[in-house]
Write a protein of this length. Sequence first.
Length: 294
Amino acid sequence: MKTLDIANVPFNGGNRDGSTEQTAAILADPAFSQQLAQQYPLRLGRVVTLQSEHTHDNQAAHSRLFMRVHDTMMQQMQALPHQPFLLIGGDHSIAMGTWSGVLDAAFDPDRVGLLWFDAHMDAHTFQTTPSGNLHGMPVAALLGADDPELRVFYPGRHHLNPDNLVLAGVRSYETEERELLDRMGVAWYGVDQMVHPDAGLAWVRSLWQRLRTQCDWIGISIDIDVIDPADAPGVSTPVANGLPANTLYQLLHWLMQQPECIGLEIAEYSPANDAMSKTRQVLLDLIGHAFTKP
Ligand SMILES: NC(=[NH2+])NCCC[C@H](N)C(=O)O
């Protein structure tokens, strides 16, 4: 039985409609860790909760929280670079803190990679966002998009090398986001490539093969809305025709065993939108598949 420590950032300030802040209560519920231990050879260890004093529209407080996430991740990577971490959101804007912390801890930030599972591109700036929601912007922030307003939220010194970023499961985006990614040369895939009957693990294997030649560290970020809403309804911005949950479990299990894989971020679980605790079980199964060996 393995013990797993978790960092939890129950932040909902990047999205006015979500309920991601409720994740803290779920992780603190003894029933959650009991179920995990019953279903997997895994028990919850320490849960470190990083919280903002404001949940809505407080720029200074949001920036301070992202800085704390950044510092926590930087320390984690410096202290335990060989032990894959688990960070649970929160809406996806927290990724600005998570991955900037990893970048700033790296010997060569230019050789840090990120595999981003998401229904959306999350590549807006304040000039292009249709909603004003920060959870639609972390990819642009990580890439260092030219937007002074967004830069205020970004706690890192380094940015992601666009060649080392891959988006997967994308099926909802605005033109400006696509233009930004295409201009920077970021690779992105829809669901079809990933679930093609011949693909299986072949798709992810060849992707990893390419990334590992140019990266020393590769992280995984999962927005739960990459999964089909039939399997995981508990998200704030569901999009039809997503990845079957089982496919993601299989991919994740393989990915987390790769020596370059440094950790996993899971974002956008919104308990208030869940149905029959389906998405709570998905969260549990994602953790189980990621951190246990067959
Ligand atoms: N992390 C997410 N769920 N992002 C959804 C973003 C939706 C939309 N593109 C927006 O910017 O408002």
